[in-house]
Design a binder for this molecule. Structure first.
Ligand code: PA5
Length: 450
């Protein structure tokens, strides 16, 4: 079971201060539960584990998986950006064998690759090099149905699939996940006859990993969504309790807000000693950055993978400006085993490690880093799970979402909007002469000519 441990903060804060922030977090939880806070029409994600463990969504996703398997599909391109991309990417990166595409032997599931998360011409050309070699299908995900990055990628992939397999077959190889009524993607999908999954109005992009946005790619990649929902369901129950002793989301939200507001810890680094969690950092940064970074406030979310980044960011964390706190996601048990053998000559001087598992060295690196960073003035919050699997990932997803809603309300911002994201889009559309942006185009050109 997922647990929060705040021992690594004890030397920085008093019990009284922590209690005060637990009180704030309890009040914020009440606002979230009673749906009386800012953005309360976007809290549909709170009950997704219980709802989606009972309805037919997993079955429907599995049907697509089976029908594409019958066609011999060996590459699925998942198109989306932000919340329509990062949850699935995080889960698949955490669960897959990192070298699966290079290993020989029959694959049980198609390779899942991502597009539409950038506007790089090189990226899409190189992705198409792969697509042309494979038997391909695609899932296009956009809640608004109007986001430029996935729309550009989808136009390219759609044209390729239609040209390669014919229009009728293309309709069987394209699935859309979008709004039930609005947006270009919805109208296009209806016209072309694509199977479509709905993203409910009351679930925002970054809270959507437990909807078909995350479920369909995760199932297509061969993973067990029922187990993920079961892990999330356990957290749905625990994280709704108005009890600081048993609700891990309350504990985490209270401590990070205390460190931010009273101790100037303006940056929170999500740390993992397992490289499979690189994209957990990316998903978490989006969730917290978009939810909290507004109105001139918010903890800046960063992430590192150790021990890799101890040889780059480690210096700053230990010794740079003291505005950092860390949240370490500890994985207690490795699922593979490798013992370091003794060597007769001991030329590398490593015989002191003989007989130890590599993971024991990793665990000691983690503990040594924790002590060093605390000594260096970096408080450490810890989240632990017993192993990386679907169940624990479901728990992590739900835990962080719930804690984010609570945290943002403690901070006094709306956790569910993202007004700041529009600024770059307006400039980009003006620069690309999108119809309707004529005035902005003229203004931006005049500004650039100054
Ligand atoms: O969390 C969010 O709402 C955003 O990050 C969106 O997910 C992202 O902008 C993509 O939007 P859409 O799904 O509408 O294409």
């Amino acid at each position: 079971m997922l647990k929060v441990n705040l021992e690594g903060c004890k030397s920085f804060v008093s019990e009284e201060q922590y209690r005060e922030y637990v009180g704030k977090a309890l009040a914020a939880l009440d606002v979230l539960e009673s749906e009386t806070g800012a953005g309360n029409d976007f809290v549909g994600w709170k009950h997704l584990p219980s709802i989606n463990s009972k309805n037919s969504l997993v079955d429907e996703c599995e049907q697509i998986r089976d029908s594409w398997k019958a066609k011999g599909v060996d590459l699925v391109v998942v198109i989306g950006i932000g919340g329509s991309y990062l949850g699935a990417k995080c889960a698949i990166e955490a669960l897959k064998h990192p070298f699966s595409s290079l290993l020989s032997g029959k694959k049980d599931a198609p390779e899942v690759v991502f597009a539409g998360q950038n506007l790089s011409e090189e990226y899409i050309c190189e992705l198409m090099d792969l697509v042309r070699e494979r038997n391909v299908a695609t899932v296009v995900i956009s809640k608004s149905g109007t986001t430029t990055e996935p729309a550009v990628a989808f136009r390219i992939i759609k044209q390729y699939i239609e040209n390669t397999y014919g229009k009728a077959e293309a309709a069987e190889r394209i699935v859309a996940v979008t709004d039930k009524a609005r947006g270009a993607l919805k109208s296009l999908s209806t016209q072309e006859g694509y199977k479509t999954f709905v993203i409910e109005d009351n679930v925002g992009g970054r809270y959507s990993v437990l909807t078909p946005v995350g479920m369909l790619p995760i199932i297509l990649a061969g993973y067990d969504m029922r187990a993920m929902l079961a892990g999330a369901l356990e957290m749905e129950e625990l994280c709704s309790r108005p009890c600081a002793e048993t609700n891990p989301a309350l504990q985490y939200a209270a401590m990070r807000n205390l460190l931010y507001s009273e101790f100037g810890k303006k940056i929170e680094i999500l740390v993992s000693f397992n490289p499979k969690f690189q994209y957990l950092g990316e998903w978490w940064k989006q969730l917290y950055g978009e939810s909290e970074g507004k109105d001139g406030k918010g903890i800046f979310p960063a992430s590192v993978i150790c021990t890799t980044d101890l040889h780059s960011m480690g210096q700053y964390i230990q010794d740079g400006e003291r505005i950092l706190m860390e949240t370490v996601v500890t994985v207690e048990n490795a699922q593979r085993s490798m013992v370091i053998e003794a060597d007769g000559q001991n030329l590398d001087g490593l015989n002191f490690l003989a007989g130890k598992h590599v993971e024991e060295c990793n665990a000691m690196a983690e503990l040594g880093t924790k002590l060093a960073h605390i000594d260096g003035g970096v408080p450490q919050l810890q989240l632990s799970i017993d192993k990386i699997d679907e169940y624990n990932l479901g728990a992590i997803f739900y835990f962080f979402e719930k804690a984010c809603g609570i945290s943002a309300y403690v901070l006094g911002v709306n956790p569910f909007n993202q007004p700041g994201v529009e600024a770059y889009k307006k400039n980009m559309f003006a620069l690309l002469d999108k119809p309707g942006y004529e005035e902005q185009s003229a203004a931006i050109r005049a500004r650039l000519a100054e």
